[in-house]
Design a protein. Structure first.
Ligand SMILES: Cc1ncc(COP(=O)(O)O)c(C=O)c1O
Length: 405
C-alpha cells in the first residue's frame, strides 16, 4: 500500500486536455480523427506524454498557497527555485548543477526552436537519433536547419544502443552544428550510461558540435536503473552543452509551461540569454514556480511511488501480452513512462493497426511510423494511468487486433 493514490480515474473532460481533444493535439500531433468522435465506447488515449494522474499533493498545496496570496505580478526566478532545482539534481542524480546556470523557458520545444534559430546557421544540420520524438523534426526544419539522422542499433535482447563509429561519421560532417541527445530516450526508454555519454562528449568535442541534452524524462527511472545527467560527466562535456530538465514530465505539470534550460558554460549562457532577451522573454509564472519548488523539495517520495506504479503497470501489460497477444513484443524499459512495443509480429500494416485501434478499440497509441527510421511497426504506449484504465485498454486492443478479420 502506498499513501499516494494512482488508481482514481480523473475525468479530464472540459479541461481542454490536448490528449483527449479531437482538435490538433500537443505539439502539432494529429488529432485522433473522425472515428474518435463517433458514438461508441469512451475513447482511451494512451498517447501524448502526460499522465492521467494528479500531481503530488505537496505541489498542489504550494500552488494553492501561492494563489491565496492574491498578487500575481511580474515575478523573477528566485534563489529558492535555483537552490531547490540544484539540490534535487545533486541528491537524486549526483550532478552538481550550478543554480546560476539555470534559465527558464515555457517548455523544452519552444527553447529548442529558439536555440536552433539563433545558433544554427540556416541550412546547417542538426542530428537526431531515430526512432525520434517527431516534434524534434519540426523544431529543426521550422527553424531553418536541416535534419540529419542516425539510427539507434537494436540488440537481440531488445535493448537499443548506439554504433559509435557511425555516430562519429555523422558528427564529423562539417555541416552538423548541433546534436539533440534525448536522455533518457523517448521513445525507446534507454537511459544512456556514463560510458555511452562519455563517448558522445569526446566525439562532440572532437568535431565541435553543440549538444542539446533533453533530460525532461530524466527523473522517471524504472526501479533499479540510474540516470546520468550529461553535464555530470565534467567540464569537457558541460562546456558545449545545453540541458533541458524540470518537473513537467516528472510530476505531470507540463501545462504549467515551465522548464529549465541549463547552460553551465558562462560564455554559452550569455549567448542563450541574448537570444532569450531578443525574443522578449522575461520572468516566470509565480504559481508554476511555487509548485516546482515544492515538487523538488518534497516530491521525492511521491515520485518513487509513481515509478513503482508505472513498473507495476508495465508488468501487468507484459503479462497480458504474453497471454493474449504473444505476437507483440514489449521492449525493455529503463526510464520514462512510455512503453515501446513491437507489433510487427501481427503481420498487419501500421495503418491497419491504427485504423483498428481507433475504430474498434477506440484506444489511441502513438504510431512508431512517425518516429523515423526504425519506428515503423512499433507503437508507443503511455503507462502513466490508473491500472484499471490500462487493463480496459489492453482488453480492447486484444479484441481489435486479436483476429485477422
Ligand atoms: C523528449 C521530449 N522532449 C520534449 C517534450 C516536450 O516538452 P515541452 O512540452 O516542455 O515543450 C516531450 C513531450 O512529450 C518529450 O517527450
Amino acid at each position: 500500500m502506498t499513501e499516494f493514490d494512482f488508481e482514481t480515474r480523473i475525468d479530464r473532460h472540459g479541461t481542454d486536455a490536448a490528449k483527449w481533444s479531437s482538435q490538433l493535439a500537443a505539439h502539432g500531433q494529429p488529432a485522433p480523427g473522425e472515428a474518435w468522435l463517433s458514438e461508441g465506447l469512451e475513447p482511451i488515449p494512451l498517447s501524448v506524454a502526460d499522465m492521467e494522474l494528479a500531481a503530488p499533493q505537496v505541489v498542489l498545496e504550494a500552488m494553492k498557497a501561492r494563489i491565496d496570496h492574491g498578487i500575481f505580478g511580474y515575478t523573477m526566478v528566485g534563489e529558492a527555485y535555483r537552490q531547490a532545482a540544484s539540490d534535487w539534481q545533486r541528491q537524486r542524480h549526483g550532478w552538481d548543477m550550478p543554480g546560476e546556470a539555470i534559465l527558464t523557458f515555457q517548455g523544452v520545444l519552444p527553447a529548442l526552436y529558439m536555440l536552433i534559430r539563433g545558433m544554427v546557421a540556416p541550412g546547417r544540420k542538426v542530428l537526431l537519433q531515430t526512432p525520434a520524438f517527431p516534434p524534434f523534426v519540426d523544431a529543426i526544419t521550422q527553424s531553418g536547419a536541416v535534419v540529419t539522422t542516425h539510427e539507434l542499433t537494436l540488440g537481440e535482447d531488445g535493448r537499443y544502443g548506439m554504433d559509435m563509429a557511425s555516430l562519429e561519421a555523422r558528427l564529423a560532417d562539417p555541416d552538423v552544428a548541433m546534436f539533440v541527445l534525448c536522455n533518457p530516450h523517448n521513445p525507446v526508454g534507454r537511459a544512456w550510461d556514463g560510458q555511452e555519454l562519455e563517448t558522445i562528449a569526446q566525439l562532440c568535442e572532437r568535431h565541435d558540435v553543440l549538444v542539446f541534452s533533453d533530460e525532461i524524462h530524466g527523473d522517471l527511472m524504472m526501479p533499479g536503473h540510474r540516470f546520468t545527467p550529461y553535464a555530470s560527466l565534467g567540464v569537457h562535456a558541460a562546456k558545449r552543452a545545453i540541458i533541458a530538465n524540470g518537473l513537467s514530465k516528472t510530476m505531470n505539470l507540463a501545462g504549467l509551461h515551465l522548464c529549465n534550460i541549463v547552460v553551465p558554460d558562462a560564455g554559452l549562457r550569455e549567448r542563450v540569454e541574448e537570444l532569450s532577451n531578443a525574443a522578449g522573454l522575461f520572468g516566470v509564472n509565480p504559481v508554476s514556480q511555487a509548485g516546482f519548488i515544492a515538487g523538488w523539495r518534497q516530491g521525492g517520495p511521491w515520485l518513487d511511488a509513481l515509478m513503482a506504479h508505472i513498473a507495476g503497470n508495465r508488468e501487468h501489460m507484459v503479462g497480458f501480452l504474453a497471454d493474449r497477444l504473444p505476437q507483440i513484443r514489449a521492449m525493455p524499459m529503463e526510464a520514462t513512462y512510455l512503453a515501446w512495443l513491437d507489433l510487427r509480429g501481427l503481420g498487419m500494416a501500421p495503418d491497419t493497426i491504427v485504423e483498428r485501434l481507433v475504430a474498434r478499440a477506440r484506444v489511441r497509441l502513438e504510431n512508431g511510423a512517425a518516429y523515423g527510421q526504425g519506428g515503423a511497426g512499433y507503437f508507443r504506449v503511455n503507462l502513466a494511468c490508473p491500472r484499471a484504465m490500462l487493463e480496459e485498454a489492453l482488453e480492447r486492443i486484444a479484441t481489435a487486433l486479436g483476429s485477422n478479420r
